[in-house]
Design a protein around this ligand. Structure first.
Ligand SMILES: N[C@@H](CCC(=O)N[C@@H](CS)C(=O)NCC(=O)O)C(=O)O
Length: 270
């Protein structure tokens, strides 16, 4: 039996939900509100000492980290593998997942807090917000996430590293644009875990009203790829429907307010 600890707004959890749906795997969910601090519950920290989601429990085996979870699932259920068997195609898929884990994911956390989550968690009130920020473990999303999260929450785009995170995110869209020239999918003309892994990150920008990063002819292959992704039957249930309405509205509205700043940093004329 598979049990997934997850949350609607977590890009990493969305990656695992999407992969499990594409593989046809059934799972039970434990929903943690990571904007209220559920991930810092001592019982959960025993499963995932970084205090992050997702965590998969397979029978009695505990597996944190979304990329590792997806690779594990493909070994346990090889008949529906989302990883290519060809060694070079497999290596290319790994380059995408490695880049996401090392670069894009921290940039996404930064941008999401700068643009929207800082406003959502402000509703916790002063005391609970202070407790939420202090509860982040020293080793969390990254080894400096605790301090960075606080800065992004307190200073928004003025925080050191905020515009760099946005530029890094934009570079990954440009890498996608290059990889998609003449191809429907990121690796080997087949829908793979590379497409699944990138989906939550592109969707995050779309949900934060930042589609202008690829529309209006800026990155047309990314635009067409995202249209193909959105047509997949598991996209809406796994990527959109788990997000609470209020949070969806927060991301949409706060994102729209941030668009002029984003366009300015990226020098996008609209
Ligand atoms: N390397 C981990 C990263 C997980 C992660 O960063 N999760 C975020 C949501 S996408 C989280 O739980 N953040 C909690 C926090 O910032 O306190 C993975 O791929 O699963």
């Amino acid at each position: 039996m598979y049990t997934l600890y997850h949350h609607g707004s977590s890009v990493c959890a969305a990656k695992v939900r999407f992969a499990m749906a594409e593989k046809g795997l059934a799972w039970d969910g434990k929903y943690l509100d990571i904007l209220a601090g559920d991930q810092f519950d001592p019982a959960y920290l025993k499963l995932n000492p970084k205090g992050v989601v997702p965590t998969l429990v397979h029978d009695n085996t505990v597996i944190p980290d979304s990329t590792v979870i997806c690779e594990y699932l493909d070994m346990v259920e090889p008949s529906t593998s989302l990883h290519p068997t060809d060694p070079w195609l497999h290596a290319q898929v790994r380059y995408w997942s490695k880049a996401i884990d090392e670069d894009l994911h921290p940039a996404c956390g930064a941008l999401t807090f700068v643009v929207s989550h800082r406003h959502t968690i402000a509703r916790l009130g002063k005391e609970k917000l202070a407790a939420f920020l202090s509860a982040t473990p020293d080793m969390s999303v990254t080894s400096d996430w605790k301090a960075k999260k606080r800065m992004f929450v307190e200073s928004g785009f003025e925080a050191p590293g905020a515009s760099e995170a946005l530029k890094l995110y934009d570079n990954y869209l440009k890498k996608m644009e290059a990889a998609l020239q003449g191809h429907d999918w990121l690796v080997g003309d087949r829908f793979t875990i590379a497409d699944i892994a990138m989906t939550p990150y592109v969707n995050r920008l779309a949900m934060m009203s930042l589609l202008g990063m690829w529309t209006n002819g800026r990155l047309p292959h990314v635009e067409q790829w995202f249209e193909r992704i959105q047509k997949r039957p598991h996209f809406k249930p796994q990527l959109l429907d788990w997000i609470p309405e209020q949070l969806t509205a927060d991301m949409r509205d706060n994102g729209a307010l941030s668009w002029p700043e984003v366009a300015k940093i990226l020098d996008i004329q609209n």
